[in-house]
Design a protein around this ligand. Structure first.
Ligand code: TPP
Ligand code: MG
Length: 615
């Protein structure tokens, strides 16, 4: 066996360069790059190794470890999980800064390889700078925080351990059902230790996601259920996009006279103007999709985790006899709420289900009903996004301006605040992946870093990041990275001077406005933040737009700019779209001195009556 003597870190770097994928017949590196913030614990080991492969595997420097991991996650999502990135950090705070991002990837089932540095395996210099020191367990380090938010976790304390660890990592990262974050905690001394690695370990390997075909019995049962449905309805989740199943989904719906409601992750899996598309479903859904979902007797859930925003906290589907067909690559999701599981890749699952259904079509009265609901929704919803002269426009009015100046191939990126709900209802996504919403973890601060990852994965598309003032303040540092890397973003920053959506939620649950909008906080000086000046200081072009007219002009300017542009607009913190939507379970205090809370509790208890526990 021929071997090559390398440090463990050099072996990691070399192994990553050998992993490939094939997209549309073209071979590409599986890893689009490595994000790195160096410190002690990775600069000498991983730093030296990455420098050695810099021509095959680029290293990118970010400004915040969480931000760089968000960029990596968005890169994987935009690549439909067919490509990914790695992230390396120092030990201690550099490492734990990535834990939140690991959770984002875990919830959203997105592959990312996290390589935090770790304490010395030989323990000679203990305790080292940033070592947390457990009093009761000598094997614990700060990196153990990654365990619950990693699909695979390992700590590398000997150089040869990296061989099985990387092989297992690749299995998880490329498995459509298992995929998520992988954490390999790399002890700093081990990174630098040499070993005679077999040459075969570094042979090129092509990873093509497997497409799992349905089991015959499950397929027969699912087809039987759908064939006997009077009011069937499809819920499309992110799995449709990861499986490249958009066309098959649209054909499936048309062939069988079915209609589609989209989850946050599934939005853009069917064009908004496709006759079968009823738009968003659930808590932030359209009136059309929710009206059909309420009555549906068979829900065909395709590639969705069925989280509470989709199911209206399990109160949306109201037919007492309704059943769910769970078409999902992951059995954990396929069997939720007593669903009839159809464990399969979304694309082949829909193809085979369609074959099994043959010429079957949903009853005409039901499809006519869906068409009416859709027409009614689009007529009534348009007024929320129409142009306005208001000094403080609503989020929906800003969305209207962005939509009017956008092109069908643009990608809108968002994650937290009031915007996700408004975008889910109102954004008209024309092309697949044109809507990039991180609403699994809804992590404030994902937006700009995520936008950067989207742009790096697909530089051909204009990327428009929509972000609230709260999220922007929480994490904006990768704006500087976008300027540095020449990865142009247009950031629309909606400044309503606080946590607008949480203030509204607080009021809706009977609370007094408290600690959300800046004016309702403990303060000596009310902050008046000049976001445009801030963005300009990071190197971006910055424009303050007064009202919708100026916003549209600024958006046109940003489109033709080469550099990232931040457009700041003041908005109304109180306005939101009241049409559409569905109840969401947010627990209200059982006792309170406030009458408003008592009333809210009474309404809450009434609403709980509609919730279907487990069924
Ligand atoms: C990291 C993180 N912390 C807290 C929250 C809870 N949260 C959700 S939205 C929100 C306020 C967001 O404020 P802003 O970005 O200004 O948007 P707005 O609500 O004003 O539309 C908060 C605190 C979260 N989702 N993520
Ligand atoms: Mg805000």
């Amino acid at each position: 066996m021929s071997t090559i003597r390398l440090t463990m870190a050099q072996a990691v770097a070399r192994f990553l360069t050998a992993q490939k994928t094939e997209i549309d017949g073209t071979s590409l590196p599986l890893f689009g790059g490595v994000w790195a913030i160096f410190g002690h614990g990775n600069v000498a080991g991983m730093g030296e190794a990455l420098h050695g492969v810099r021509d095959q595997l680029p290293t990118y420097r970010a400004h915040n470890e969480q931000g760089m991991a968000h960029a990596a996650i968005a890169f994987a999502k935009t690549s439909r999980r067919r490509r990914m990135m790695a992230c390396t950090t120092s030990i201690g705070p550099g490492a734990t800064n990535m834990v939140t991002a690991a959770a984002v990837a875990h919830v959203n089932r997105l592959p990312v390889l996290l390589l935090p540095g770790d304490v010395f395996a030989n323990r000679r210099p203990d305790p080292v700078l940033q070592q947390i020191e457990s009093f009761s367990d000598g094997t614990v380090s700060a990196n153990d925080c990654f365990r619950p938010v990693s699909r695979y976790f390992d700590r590398i304390t000997r150089p040869e351990q990296i061989i099985p660890a990387l092989q297992r990592s690749m299995t998880v990262l490329t498995d459509p059902a298992e995929c998520g974050p992988v954490t390999l905690a790399l002890c700093q001394d081990t990174q630098t230790e040499a070993y005679d690695y077999p040459e075969s370990f570094f042979a090129d390997k092509i990873w093509i996601p497997r497409r799992i075909r349905p089991d015959e019995t499950e397929l027969a049962e699912a087809a039987d259920l759908v064939r006997n449905a009077k009011k069937p309805f499809i819920v499309a989740g992110g799995g449709v996009l990861y499986s490249n199943a958009e066309k098959v989904l649209a054909d499936f719906a048309q062939t069988h006279g079915l209609f589609v409601g989209e989850t946050q992750a599934g939005k853009s899996s069917i064009p908004h103007d496709h006759p079968a598309c009823l738009g968003a479903i659930g808590v932030t859904g359209t009136g059309a999709a929710n009206a059909l979902a309420e009555e549906a007797d068979v829900v065909i859930a395709v590639g969705t985790r069925l989280q509470d925003f989709t199911t209206g906290s399990w109160a949306l589907f109201k037919d007492p006899k309704r059943r769910i067909v769970g078409l999902n690559v992951q059995a954990f999701d396929a069997t939720k709420h007593n669903a009839v599981p159809l464990v399969a890749d979304a694309r082949v699952g829909l193809e085979e289900l369609s074959q099994a259904l043959g010429g079957w079509k949903a009853p005409e009265a039901w499809t006519a009903r869906a068409r009416d609901e859709k027409a009614r929704w689009f007529e009534s919803a348009a007024r929320y996004t129409d142009p306005t002269n208001a000094e403080l426009p609503s989020d929906a009015q800003v969305i209207g301006a962005v939509q009017r100046t956008s092109s069908p191939t643009d990608v809108v990126v968002c994650a937290a605040g009031g915007l996700p709900g408004e975008l889910h209802k109102h954004w008209k996504a024309s092309t697949a992946l044109g809507y990039h919403m991180e609403y699994g973890y809804s992590c404030m601060g994902y937006e700009i870093a995520g936008g950067l990852g989207v742009k790096m994965a697909d530089p051909s598309r204009e990327v428009i990041v929509m972000v609230g003032d709260g999220s922007y303040l929480m994490m904006n540092s990768e704006l500087a990275t976008s300027v540095m890397l020449g990865q142009k973003l247009t950031v629309v920053l909606l400044d309503n001077r606080g946590y607008g959506c949480i203030n509204r939620l607080q009021r809706a649950t009977g609370g007094e406005s408290f600690n959300n909008l800046l004016q309702h906080t403990n303060h000596v000086t009310l902050p008046e933040i000049d976001f445009a000046a801030h963005a300009a200081s990071l190197g971006a072009q910055a424009i303050k737009a007064k009202g919708i007219g100026e916003l549209e002009d600024a958006l046109k300017k940003a489109r033709s700019a080469e550099r990232s542009t931040v457009i700041v607009i003041d908005t109304d913190p109180l306005a939101s779209t009241d049409a559409g939507g569905h109840w969401w379970d947010v627990a209200v205090p059982e006792v309170s001195v406030r009458d408003q809370v008592k009333t809210a509790r009474k309404n809450y208890e009434d609403a709980l009556g509609a919730q279907r526990v487990g069924d």
